[in-house]
Design a protein around this ligand. Structure first.
Ligand code: ADP
Ligand code: MG
Ligand code: MG
Length: 459
């Protein structure tokens, strides 16, 4: 208790933790109802934990924080307490991970499907067009990828009205936060093991999250499948990182290369082509990368398309169950509906990394502009049903301060997949990522300042 008093004293000197008055209800997960001093104390302990365990990022305002290790670090934004999530939907999402892994692999083998599905997009989207060019070159030389490695993350929201788990998107390249999300789950388990009794919460209800180790294990297994003990694993982290050092490369992991900004000149595209031509295992290969586009997500949701790639009826039904409404813009009926009720849709270009989607009135304006222009520009986008998840009472930690807000959450399930010819070596669900953002924000990534890292509390 000495410790607690000391903590409270320290915290009360800071400007953190202003209380805003929300109606108090007695629900177990109305985190806003907890006593101010108790929350201060949890916040303090969490900040200490984050500092000691590396739940940290470089602070944007400090110049050297991105280049010099150990300089200008700040805790990653996180939720103070884990997000309640129904166990039945949690299990459903975990169960889907190996099915999506397998689907990505099957679709990646159908070069014609990928080229045809993206043919209209190719005409108007320069970035996708360049990826497709690399893909066509590989088809021409009949390039075979015997060993295939996928480190994926399928993202979901729980739609409140239908109480169903709906997929937001499937990431096949640079699936982020495997490292920090493991730490947030550990932090929440630690918090509940200390404060669980007071809060009425049980640390065992936060599922263990081993995503970072499982990703590394998959990379290591791919390396050993390559079977050259002198070869190395190469991480592509930025456009300039093309130095191959004269060493054999067993595995190329792309932590960059998903956005046009990663290709500032022709030399980056030449390097990307060279890597695809090489015998190294690419994570992802150009085909896996293309399977992760929004356009392919939309094509796979059409009737009878999953059946082209999978045999098991039960698996097909399970995958389809999590598909939200997805449409191509050449469907004039849907464009009309979206102009009438834009708030019910999200408009998405073929981009990754957050901040690219169009919402609300901007959907109407963009659609009307496209219709007036009458060009084929519409093929750059897909339309998606807007999902409205249940709002919860969250406590968000950022820059050492907490504040209460109404929030919605997105659950990502990591999947690892490794095969060598006919032998599937790994096909697993591999941890999770929970992101929570203020409910008033449309998009809002963690880095952008709206969302925080979170974990799951099974209900
Ligand atoms: P990215 O590849 O850039 O991450 P996403 O498809 O994941 O693109 O969209 C970014 C964010 O936009 C998501 O994290 C989610 O918050 C929001 N979002 C995307 N699609 C929907 C949707 N159908 N309904 C509600 N929110 C969505
Ligand atoms: Mg994405
Ligand atoms: Mg996303």
């Amino acid at each position: 208790s000495l410790n607690l008093n000391l903590n409270l004293n320290l915290m009360s000197k800071s400007k953190c933790g202003n209380v805003d008055d929300h109606t108090l209800t007695s629900s177990l997960f109305d985190y806003h109802r907890f006593d101010h001093q108790l929350l201060q104390s949890i916040a303090y302990d969490s900040l200490v934990w984050a500092s000691l365990h590396g739940l940290l990022v470089g602070h944007k305002s400090i110049q050297n924080s991105g280049t010099v290790p150990g300089v200008g670090l700040v805790h990653a934004p996180f939720a103070l307490l884990p997000n309640p999530f129904p166990e039945i939907h949690w299990k459903q999402a975990c169960h889907l991970a190996p099915l999506f892994n397998e689907l990505v692999d099957r679709v990646s083998l159908d070069g014609k499907f990928l080229q045809e599905s993206l043919s209209r997009t190719k005409k108007v989207d320069e970035f996708t067009s360049r990826l497709l060019d690399i893909h066509s070159k590989m088809l021409e030389i009949n390039k075979k990828e015997d060993i295939r490695l996928g480190l994926h993350r399928s993202d979901y929201m729980l739609d409140e009205q239908t109480n169903s788990l709906l997929q937001i998107e499937l990431n096949t390249i640079s699936s982020s936060f495997a490292g920090l999300s493991s730490l947030v789950s550990q932090l929440h388990r630690n918090t509940l093991s200390h404060y669980g009794k007071l809060l009425g919460l049980d640390s065992e209800r936060v599922p263990a999250n081993n995503s970072v180790n499982l990703f590394v294990e998959a990379l290591a297994k791919a390396w050993s499948e390559y079977n050259n003990p002198r070869a190395v694993i190469m991480f592509i982290v930025q456009a300039e990182e093309r130095n191959m050092g004269g060493q054999a490369i067993a595995v190329i992991y792309f932590r960059a290369g998903y956005t046009p900004a990663d290709f500032p000149s022709e030399s980056e595209w030449r390097a990307r082509l060279l890597m695809e031509q090489s015998s190294a295992i690419k994570c992802p290969s150009i085909s896996y990368h293309l399977v992760g586009t929004k356009k392919i997500q939309q094509e796979l949701a059409k009737p009878n398309v999953l059946e082209r790639f999978l045999e098991n009826k039960d698996d097909i039904a399970k995958l389809r169950e999590c598909f939200a409404g997805l449409w191509s813009l050449d469907d004039s009926d849907i464009a009309r509906k979206a102009i009438e009720r834009p708030e019910l849709y999200v408009m998405k270009p073929q981009r990754e990394g957050g901040g690219n989607n169009i919402y609300g009135d901007a959907v109407r304006e963009t659609l009307q502009k496209l219709q007036k222009a009458g060009s084929e520009e519409d093929a750059a986008y897909i339309l998606m049903q807007r999902i409205f998840p249940t709002t919860s009472a969250a406590i968000l930690m950022r820059d050492g301060c907490w504040h209460k807000d109404h929030a919605v959450s997105e659950l990502g399930i990591y999947g690892t997949y490794l095969r060598n010819k006919d032998k599937v070596i790994m096909n697993n669900q591999s941890g999770y990522l929970m992101r929570t953002k203020v409910s008033s924000s449309d998009e809002g990534g963690v880095a952008a300042g709206f969302a925080v890292l979170d974990s799951v509390y099974l209900t």
